[in-house]
Design a protein around this ligand. Structure first.
Ligand code: BG6
Length: 456
């Protein structure tokens, strides 16, 4: 299935961001279907209307020369209430998988990319409850049994940090600040257990397949060389990345992280039997999502952290400013291609597993002019990041492939359709659904040439 040079060249999407098809084909309600979006921002009900355009989309992928499509299953399309099989949802994904295979594109689905069955949130609080582990295991079983004969590359959970921190994604809206923090760490622990149950099942149901987590790779720089800032950067690395990947690969948390949670009363409740599950089943690969690096400094008592995402709400570290990077409206941390190489190198040296870049791309408010998008800014971003992947491979590290975010314009996780990442333009705006016509951008044709002439 790979191209002759054995490298996967892909493009990525996620179900709730592209599919639409709200309430169609037996789909149940997900948290992302009912979240309140600010006035003037697109919701996920139509998204990029991939639900009706999927055949045309996959043909565009084939014409581009992709040999990998990274997408996700929407739990509520496969099991409307999170528990009961919806055959029409399985048929929908079978069509996608078979169409990919027709063009020799390797399907690479992720089981859980942010949305959550609302029913499970209503009946037991979603990931706050251990019951969710069993329901996830059951969902994973259904997926492996339905698709595992043809699908051999799988992602478990996409960006666990965001999945447990974003209340509108996981549905845990009600917690007070301190309780909210405790819940977040508890949900994360349950998710790790669920991931392990899925991997355990996978070994029996898809013995010839490969599976692994997809992390939001953190390349953390200290703002200055002061030992306080350097220490803060190490703490941030633990809180933003190592706590998830250490669990996925080794079944344990970093020591300093555990110590801090204990002090705050945020340590998750565990059961004795968990240890066996956590330590016995490891992934085969790690998917890395990378957009930019992060700059960190030591926290000052005067810093206000209340507006920061929950993983930054602690006394250890604070977001800093990297004066060396070019920043844009949507890439406010700065554009840092070399960070991709640095980050993957660190991930490899800590986990010794093959990696695949599962997301990397540039957000821009593209405007259609003369029925064209001349997105040279995106080409520049992709080119520089792909060069770092090439360097990584040539250094001898095991990189399985590169999959850009995103194949086509889609609803951003929190900022609607004004923020676009696609190689293919989707003709709609936040407030006007228009015809959702597909128009390949200049970057689509650039990527096509890149794949054709690749020497990795
Ligand atoms: C990753 C997610 O966090 O980044 C995607 O896996 C997301 O789902 C992407 O869309 C870009 O982030 P955003 O917030 O700009 O959509």
């Amino acid at each position: 299935m790979k191209n002759k040079k054995e490298f996967y060249w892909g493009a990525s999407t996620s179900a709730f961001q592209v599919e639409g098809g709200f309430g169609q084909g037996g789909k149940g309600i997900a948290t992302t279907d009912v979240r309140i979006v600010p006035e003037g921002i697109a919701d996920n009900r139509v998204a990029s209307d991939h639900f009706t355009h999927w055949k045309e989309d996959i043909k565009l992928m084939a014409d581009l020369g992709l040999n990998l499509y990274r997408f996700s299953f929407n739990w509520t399309r496969i099991m409307g209430d999170g528990k009961t099989i919806n055959q029409s949802g399985i048929d929908f994904y079978n069509n996608i998988i078979n169409e990919c295979l027709k063009y020799e594109i390797t399907p690479f689905p992720t089981l859980y990319h942010f949305e959550m069955p609302q029913h499970l949130v209503d009946i037991y609080g979603g990931w706050k409850s251990r019951k969710c582990i069993d329901d996830f295991e059951n969902y994973a079983r259904v997926c492996f049994e339905a698709f595992g004969d043809r699908v051999k590359m799988w992602g478990t959970i996409n960006e666990q940090m965001i999945a447990v921190a974003a209340k509108d994604l996981n549905g845990n809206h009600n917690a007070s600040d301190n309780q909210g923090m405790k819940d977040m760490y508890q949900m994360s622990y349950h998710m790790s257990l669920a991931e392990k149950k899925a991997i355990k099942l996978f070994r029996t149901l898809v013995p010839d397949g490969r599976i692994g987590p997809v992390c939001s790779m953190q390349v953390v720089y200290a703002e200055t060389s002061s030992s306080d800032d350097v220490q803060a950067a190490k703490d941030a690395q633990d809180f933003l990345q190592n706590c998830f990947l250490d669990m996925s690969v080794y079944g344990r948390y970093p020591k300093a992280y555990t110590h801090y949670l204990e002090k705050k009363g945020w340590l998750p409740d565990t059961e004795v039997v968990d240890k066996d599950l956590l330590t016995k089943y490891s992934p085969d690969l790690i998917g890395v999502n990378y957009y930019c690096s992060t700059c960190i400094r030591a926290r000052k008592t005067t810093d206000n952290v209340s507006n920061l995402p929950p993983f930054y709400r602690n006394e250890l570290f604070m977001l800093g400013n990297n004066q060396y990077l070019e920043k844009t409206k949507w890439m406010e941390f700065g554009i840092d291609p070399k960070g991709l190489y640095t980050g993957m190198r660190e991930v490899y040296e800590r986990y010794h597993l093959p990696m695949i870049v599962t997301e990397n791309g540039l957000a821009y408010s593209d405007v259609l002019e003369d029925k064209q998008i001349n997105d040279d800014y995106r080409i520049d971003y992709l080119k520089k990041h792909i060069e770092q992947c090439e360097k990584f491979v040539k250094t001898g590290y095991p990189l399985l492939g590169y999959s850009t975010w995103s194949f086509l314009d889609l609803v951003s996780s929190h900022q609607g359709f004004g923020k676009r990442y696609g190689l293919v333009y989707v003709n709609r705006t936040d407030t006007d659904i228009k015809d959702c016509a597909r128009i390949p951008k200049k970057s689509y044709y650039w990527y096509q040439e890149k794949i054709k002439n690749s020497n990795i």
